[in-house]
Design a protein around this ligand. Structure first.
Ligand code: ADP
Ligand code: NG1
Length: 434
């Protein structure tokens, strides 16, 4: 297809994987560690650098239209997040990092196997792949950590205020191991998953595009607000505090103590804009310009108690999950399953990022033998991840297929790629023909 499209052969190929997050949802942007693994599904780009400064993009999937732009005049359209904008995020991030005045043009053909808008990080795989393509095409080198940090920042050009989990695992993943990803400074530690259990991804077949909706940014903003109010209540310099983790670090207390502080400081009823302005001693104008982001200007109620409870509780569950994997007690699978189930309940009830289809799918997975099951990724649609004893895997897959996919017309159309067991895969790579 590359040859028929561009009339010449590609010079190199880059792939970047999607990921499944095993536990630690919506806490990366609060500063807390998460526990994902890369999946086999990826974005693959065939590339030919060219002498002109034109970047031409094509896709093996004809629903993603061709696009071309000058490499030194990149405009990213946040209001309409078409696929090429994600490529441009990676391109722009790398160009800015190196201050490239004369960036090379290139012909690129993209092929993707990650179900889009389903919580498996197709968007970040695309941004990371484009970033690595740009590094290679311009004859530069970067470490994996640098690549992850640049791509985490540059995906924000699309308008979502992500925390960096997806880009980090896409670069730092290694075959055979999940990773604990910690931030500031970014680092990844191996997590050996228990033998005797398989991790199964099941797609609810409800798509949710992060950049085209405001769900995601509203949660980021609610967490930022909770940070400010908690800081003010404890006499900290609230204007400087950005993330819920900052409050814990400044107070020097445990996550359990933070949960008690949340109970003392916040009321469960939603906060109004007026109440928050009064609490912080700021005007409505300051609130709109300094606290709210572009696509959260119309929000007028904020559930600070619930969001903070989820974040501190989920952060503790991640550390507990890692500890159980490290210590591998006889009942490890049972203990890990309980943590996954608690995580889903917290996402559903406190963070309100689930949806009826995801809840139904989790119930079905638990009914047919999963020890733990939860939504994975941003939520409001997308996939679940379930931990299933290996000896029950075949029956589990058969029964879930029957119960969820064969009873739903829309889902059964997508069935083939919707339910599969997965293993920790490798991170992003450049392939060059010898
Ligand atoms: P995710 O949870 O998968 O990251 P997002 O809604 O944030 O979901 O991003 C999905 C977007 O990424 C799609 O709407 C599309 O623009 C882009 N995308 C994903 N896969 C591909 C692909 N194979 N080809 C082109 N664009 C893709
Ligand atoms: P997905 O599921 O890929 O849209 C998003 C964020 C992550 C993280 C999770 C929730 C981006 C690129 N990704 O992932 O950083 O916050 O939601 O845990 O913003």
């Amino acid at each position: 297809m590359f040859v028929s499209k561009f009339g010449s052969a590609p010079k190199f190929y880059v792939r970047a994987p999607g990921r499944v997050n095993l536990i630690g949802e919506h806490i990366d942007y609060c500063g807390y560690a998460v526990l994902p693994m890369a999946i086999e599904q990826d974005i693959l780009i065939a590339v030919e650098p060219v002498k002109t400064q034109v970047v031409q993009l094509a896709n093996t999937n004809s629903s993603y239209l061709d696009f071309s732009t000058s490499a030194n005049n990149i405009e990213i359209n946040k209001t309409k997040p078409l696929w090429h904008n994600y490529f441009l995020c990676g391109l722009k991030g790398i160009q800015e990092h190196f201050g490239l005045n004369n960036p090379t043009g290139m012909n690129c053909l993209l092929d993707g196997t990650i179900p889009p808008s389903s919580g498996l990080s197709s968007s970040s795989a695309l941004v990371c792949c484009a970033g690595l393509v740009t590094v290679r095409a311009n004859g530069k080198t970067l470490s994996k950590v640098e690549l992850a940090e640049i791509c985490s920042k540059s995906e924000r050009y699309i308008g979502t205020e992500g925390g960096g989990m997806d880009q980090s695992i896409s670069f730092l993943a290694e075959e055979g191991t999940a990773k604990l990803i910690e931030f500031s400074p970014l680092r990844a530690t191996d997590v050996r998953l228990p033998s005797g259990a398989a991790f199964v991804i099941a797609n609810s077949c409800v798509e949710m595009n992060k950049a085209a909706t405001s769900h995601y940014n509203i949660r980021v903003m609610e967490c930022r607000l909770a940070t400010k109010l908690l800081s003010k209540s404890k006499g900290l310099d609230w204007k400087k505090m950005l993330k819920l983790q900052d409050v814990q670090v400044k107070l020097g207390v445990s996550l359990e103590e933070m949960l008690t502080i949340v109970e003392e400081v916040f009321h469960p009823e939603p906060y109004s804009t007026e109440e928050i302005c009064k609490y912080l001693g700021i005007s409505l104008e300051e609130f709109r310009t300094q606290i709210l982001s572009q696509n959260t200007q119309d929000v007028s109620t904020f559930k600070l108690y619930q969001r903070a409870k989820h974040v501190y509780g989920e952060a503790a569950r991640v550390l507990e999950f890692k500890k159980i994997c490290d210590e591998a007690p006889a009942n490890a699978i049972q203990l890990l399953g309980e943590l996954m189930n608690q995580s889903h309940i917290s996402c559903k009830e406190m963070y309100e990022c689930s949806c009826p289809e995801l809840d139904r799918l989790v119930d079905i997975c638990l009914q047919f033998g999963a020890i733990g099951s939860r939504l994975t990724g941003a939520g409001w649609g997308g996939c679940t991840v379930s931990m299933v004893p290996t000896d029950k895997l075949n029956n589990f897959l058969k029964n879930v297929e029957k119960a969820y996919y064969q009873t739903n017309v829309q889902s059964s159309a997508l069935e083939n790629n919707s339910l599969f067991a997965t293993k920790p895969g490798r991170g992003a790579l450049v392939f060059v023909e010898a």
